[in-house]
Design a protein around this ligand. Structure first.
Ligand SMILES: [Zn+2]
Length: 150
């Protein structure tokens, strides 16, 4: 289905996002609520943000691949102010979290954590991928994993 989504559609659907030839597949995946991260099919190395060449073996056999969506909060900051953005309330303040994904040490994806008070969003806690709608398109976010030891 998303093969029918043209590059022009992506630009229209994701205004202001860093759309490139290398990231287009990632954004097409978002439309299907699949978190796609580039992975080298020769050596298995994941990379984020996406580049056309594997940083480990220099292979160009890099394929957008779905991740499990589980990980650990590596870094979190709380924004008290920032550029106006749909669905972002800085008065809370707004958490921006970098998640280390389970697929590979150092493989990190930055988004936000929802469904928890800010005091509970701390480094080292386990999280699971979820999706919300923001500005008309699915946005990958994370929730604290129920029952996980922190
Ligand atoms: Zn490689």
């Amino acid at each position: 289905m998303t093969d029918l989504i043209t590059d022009a559609d992506l630009v229209r659907l994701f205004p202001g996002q860093p759309l490139t030839h290398d990231s287009a597949a990632h954004y097409r995946g978002r439309l299907e609520r699949r978190l796609l991260i580039n992975r080298c099919t020769d050596c298995g190395t994941w990379q984020q943000p996406p580049f056309p060449i594997c940083p480990k073996c220099w292979s160009t056999a890099v394929v957008p691949t779905e991740v499990a969506g589980t990980g650990t909060i590596h870094l979190v900051v709380f924004l008290y102010q920032g550029p106006p953005a749909p669905g972002v309330d800085y008065s809370t303040p707004y958490p921006v979290a970098t998640i280390e994904l389970d697929e590979q040490p150092g493989l990190r994806f930055t988004s936000t954590v929802i469904g928890a008070p800010n005091d509970d969003i701390v480094i080292g806690k386990r999280v699971t991928l979820d999706w919300i709608d923001r500005a008309g398109t699915p946005l990958p976010v994370f929730r604290l994993t129920e029952g996980a030891a922190s």
